[in-house]
Write a protein of this length. Structure first.
Ligand code: ZN
Length: 204
């Protein structure tokens, strides 16, 4: 058929989930949301579940541009991952990503379901999960096309493509929280305490 596609099955995962805040019944991640997914994903179907694509001809920024033409859609827009009392928390990865798309589309000022607007400082501190990195590639291209340098810098910082002190601090914090550096840091502290003790006990 002349179709040239490739797929890495290790990267793909299917899960079923029901949440209160922003309900999902099924997701397949990550994929590129492109032709390869549309062709291959139906094969994940079974007798009990049918996998289809709806709207995969447009990316998230394009979809945001389309919905931003409707005040009704903007007034009811809910994307948040968090089960929060607020309609959208405005701070999670998905809220920030959506807010940047709204800003690029010139609709940020009309997005009333996000309580505190867009904080690009929060974007700098983001650590982008692997399964949504292609969304940030899309934002990079859209910000560049729109000439929005501040969003472009923030996205590149979040992706680790441009140095940002805030992002480096966030990565270090997460690494420490995950315990990856706990052992080496404990050794360093022990060594420092030993050095201080030997120094204090030394005869002048
Ligand atoms: Zn959120």
């Amino acid at each position: 058929m002349g179709v040239n596609v490739s797929v890495n099955t290790i990267d793909r995962s299917l899960f079923l989930e029901r949440r209160n805040g922003n309900q999902h019944q099924a997701n397949i991640w990550p994929g590129g949301a492109g032709l390869s997914d549309a062709l291959l994903d139906p094969y994940w179907s079974s007798h009990g579940i049918r996998i289809t694509h709806d709207g995969c001809e447009a990316g998230r920024v394009e979809k945001t541009r389309a919905l931003s033409r409707s005040d009704c859609a903007l007034d009811t827009l809910r994307v948040c991952y968090d089960d929060t009392a607020l309609y959208n928390c405005g701070r999670c990865e998905k809220c920030l990503r959506t807010l940047m798309a709204l800003r690029i589309c010139g609709a940020l000022g009309r997005a009333r379901t996000f309580p505190n607007g867009l904080s690009l400082a929060d974007v700098h501190r983001l650590i982008v999960p692997r399964h949504v990195r292609h969304r940030y590639d899309e934002l990079t291209a859209a910000a560049r096309q729109a000439g929005d340098e501040a969003v472009l810098r923030a996205v590149q910082a979040a992706m680790g493509q441009q140095f940002s002190l805030a992002h480096s601090a966030a990565v270090l914090k997460q690494t420490l929280r995950d315990g990856a550096l706990a052992g080496p840091l404990r050794s360093l502290l022990r060594a420092a305490r030993g050095f201080r003790g030997a120094h204090q006990g030394a005869t002048p």
